[in-house]
Each structure stands twice: as structure tokens, then as C-alpha cells.
Ligand binder design. Structure first.
Ligand code: Z5A
Length: 213
């Protein structure tokens, strides 16, 4: 990795965990340190990816096979990685992404029970060895996340699932954080907005300092 390459930071968690709010907060801190930031999201992030996202989240579509859902996530991701993430990192930007591959392991693996080896094969096929430099996992009880998400907007196709589905997703994320403790930074997202921001600020400032040293 060249020294001029930016860092790739991903924001993960169940619905209503506060990923989007804190991504904006992290962006402001990183920009204040003088770095250029590209913000993106998955599924989506590119013109093609946003069309795939619309299909994936459409609450009016009939049930989609879990394999179809997974393949669409990776179709969106391949486009995103090749045409947006890599060029931005190579230009020296830090890339902040609302969800990435860990979401496929958590939602399609944990939630939909797809064998994780099949997901890992797709990951290797689409991304090679590419991974996030740091993944912020916003962790909180499912009931709290779902009530925050419900208070904010109508449920999309995936949000209409039962709470068991989200419990499996939460567990799957936490297991991944245990397996890769250096990449993951687990944030206690059940705290107040200020409390969560404090945790994000400390973690992001540490990353900025490490990059300067
Ligand atoms: N998906 C998948 O299945 N597989 C994949 O590979 C990928 C994705 C990449 C779209 O994700 C869907 O795609 C998602 C996973 C699936 N499933 N669903 N549904 P998305 O990220 O676009 O949508 P989301 O997960 O539903 O995000 P969200 O509900 O917007 O959650 P959030 O970004 O974590 O939260 P937020 O918008 O920052 O906050 C939610 C509300 O809570 C908002 O009103 C805040 O003001 C409030 N909030 C936030 N923090 C706090 C605290 N600390 N206290 C009180 N209130 C708070």
C-alpha cells in the first residue's frame, strides 16, 4: 500500500444503529485534519449500484431468493469497488462507506443462513484480498435499533423482517469483530448521541494520528 493511498473506513450495524449520523460526524473530523474524503454507501454508491439498490429495497417486490439478494449485493459492490472506491483511494482520498462486505456476511450469512464459505468465495472473486482498513461496528440491542429506525421512516423490504432475523445479524457482526479485533472497532451505540460521538471521535483521531506518524 503506497503511503499516499487513503484509508477505507466502513460503518456497520443493524438498522437504526446510527451509522449514517456518525459517518457524517467522522467525515467532519477527517476533513478538519486536512484530508479529502469520499462518502459512499452500499448497496449503491454508483449510478449502476443505486439502480440495484432500488430493486433490493423495493417493498413492493415479491420475496426474492436469498442467492439473488446476495448476488445483487455483490454486483453493486463490484461496480462500486472498481469504479469508485479504488480510484478514490488511489487519488489519496479517505473513503467512508455506509456498509460493505461485512453486511453481506451478517445479513445474507447470519440473517438468511447462506453458507459463509459461499460468501467468502464471492468476496475473493469480486475484491481479491481487499478489506476495510477499519470497520466501525455500531452495536446495540435489536429492540432499540428497530424502534429508532421505525421512528424515522417507513420500513423497506429488508426492514420488514422479524426481530429474530436482526438478532442473528447482530450476533454475526459481533462474531466477526471477535475474529478480526484489529480491523473492527466496536462502538456502544446504545448510548446517547453525544456518548456515541465521543467514542467515534476518539477512534477517528487515533487513526489520523497513526497516519501522520
Ligand atoms: N444490506 C444487506 O443485506 N447486505 C449487504 O451486503 C449490504 C446491505 C451492503 C440498506 O442499508 C439495507 O441493505 C440494510 C442492510 C442491507 N437493511 N435494511 N433494511 P442502509 O444502511 O441503507 O439502511 P439501514 O441499515 O436501514 O440504515 P438506517 O436505518 O438508516 O440506520 P443507521 O444509518 O444505522 O442509523 P441513522 O440513520 O444514523 O439513525 C437512525 C435514527 O436514529 C435517526 O433518526 C437518528 O437521529 C437516530 N439516532 C441515531 N443515533 C442515536 C442515538 N445514539 N440516540 C438516539 N437516537 C439516535
Amino acid at each position: 500500500m503506497s503511503n499516499n493511498r487513503g484509508l477505507f473506513l466502513t460503518f456497520e450495524g443493524i438498522e437504526g444503529a446510527g451509522k449514517s449520523s456518525n459517518l457524517d460526524y467522522a467525515k467532519a473530523i477527517i476533513e478538519a485534519s486536512g484530508k479529502k474524503v469520499t462518502v459512499s454507501r452500499e448497496p449503491g454508491g454508483t449510478e449502476v449500484g443505486e439502480k440495484i439498490r432500488a430493486v433490493l429495497l423495493d417493498p413492493n417486490l415479491p420475496a426474492m431468493h436469498a442467492d439473488t439478494e446476495l448476488l445483487l449485493m455483490f454486483a453493486s459492490r463490484a461496480e462500486h469497488y472498481q469504479n469508485k472506491i479504488l480510484p478514490a483511494l488511489n487519488a489519496g482520498n479517505w473513503v467512508l462507506c455506509d456498509r460493505f462486505t461485512d453486511a453481506s456476511f451478517a445479513y445474507q450469512g447470519g440473517g438468511r443462513n447462506i453458507d459463509v464459505n459461499r460468501i467468502a468465495a464471492l468476496e475473493a472473486w469480486a475484491l481479491g484480498n481487499f478489506k476495510a482498513d477499519k470497520t466501525f461496528l455500531f452495536d446495540l440491542p435489536v429492540s432499540v435499533g428497530l424502534s429508532r429506525a421505525k421512528a424515522r421512516s417507513e420500513a423497506d423490504r429488508i426492514e420488514q423482517e422479524e426481530s429474530d432475523f436482526f438478532e442473528r445479524i447482530r450476533n454475526s457482526y459481533l462474531m466477526r469483530a471477535i475474529v478480526e479485533p484489529n480491523r473492527f472497532c466496536v462502538i456502544d451505540a446504545s448510548q446517547t448521541m453525544e456518548g456515541v460521538r465521543g467514542q467515534v471521535e476518539r477512534a477517528v483521531e487515533e487513526l489520523i494520528l497513526k497516519r501522520i506518524e
